[in-house]
Design a protein around this ligand. Structure first.
Ligand code: NAI
Length: 248
């Protein structure tokens, strides 16, 4: 018996990184998994195969999460292919860092659209389905910098703070329909996104982490599994920091 037997999950931006780890963990717990990414290339096809190897149904869909029409289309396709959507993980995200003085309008718009508008797009398309099913669990991928802010990441921090407000509002609006919404705020997680940071920046981060290590994608996937499953049936509107006890 898996924690997610019989459930269907939709994870955005899951060809690699944290999203992929969540997709694999959900599958290991018995969920069928649909995921999106910008392109379903060889890497994404390998992710599909890895998920399928766990004995569940899996499919990858090419879609730009920042695009409203694209999202409506892909959610309709997933619903047709899988028959239901019980869990939505709004994971797709990017960084375009820079100090406010030098930040361009394009840097601001890209990050807000990919990180925050995408979650609106998917929640807008998935909640009618969840309402008809009389239940669902929505998980927004925020960040510790969405809670605390971070110099040089005004656009990213604002988008991630927005993910928290969005989850809390949906929790209040749709709780009576059996839909839960929560946010995960990871700290420093070792993925391709953080690999791109300089050694100096990485060393600075490490000093702030009482558990003295960067997080793994599995650390985040475990909390996502808790929030997706009925283990958290009475948890909604919350933010769980997965950050090794980080002091910002
Ligand atoms: P990653 O860069 O390894 O993976 C992100 C995935 O999202 C990629 O596969 C990418 O192609 C996809 N993606 C990007 N734009 C997209 C779009 N418009 N539509 C669909 N897919 C798109 O990043 P990582 O580290 O796995 O991060 C996943 C989420 O976790 C992001 O939202 C990130 O902001 C958040 N996060 C990551 C932390 C870390 O330390 N790595 C810390 C806190 C939050």
């Amino acid at each position: 018996m898996g924690l997610l037997d019989g459930k269907t999950a939709l994870v955005t931006g899951a060809a690699r990184g944290i999203g992929k780890a969540i997709a694999l963990k959900f599958a290991a717990e018995g969920a069928n998994v649909a995921f999106t990414d910008l392109a379903i290339d060889e890497n994404a096809e390998n992710t599909v195969k890895e998920i399928e190897a766990l004995g569940v149904k899996a499919k990858g869909y090419a879609s730009n999460a920042a695009n409203f029409e694209d999202t409506a289309k892909v959610v309709a396709e997933v619903h047709k292919d899988f028959g239901r959507i019980d869990i939505l993980v709004n994971n797709a995200g990017i960084t375009r860092d820079g100090l406010m003085m030098r930040m361009t309008e394009q840097q601001w718009d890209m990050v807000i659209n990919v990180n925050l508008k995408s979650a609106f797009n998917f929640i807008h398309a998935c909640t009618p389905i969840m309402m008809r099913q009389k239940g669902g669990s929505i998980i927004n991928m925020s960040s510790v910098v969405g809670v605390h802010g971070n110099a040089g990441q005004a656009n990213y921090s604002a988008s991630k703070a927005g993910m928290i407000g969005l989850a809390k509002s949906i929790a209040q609006e749709l709780g009576s329909r059996g839909i839960r919404a929560n946010a995960i705020a990871p700290g420093f997680i070792m993925t391709e996104m953080t690999d791109a940071l300089s050694d100096e920046v990485k060393a600075e981060w490490a000093k702030k982490i009482p558990l003295r290590r960067g997080g793994t994608t599995e650390d985040v996937a475990n909390i996502a599994t808790f929030l997706a499953s009925d283990m958290s049936a009475y948890v909604s509107g919350q933010v769980i920091q997965v950050d090794g006890g980080m002091n910002m």
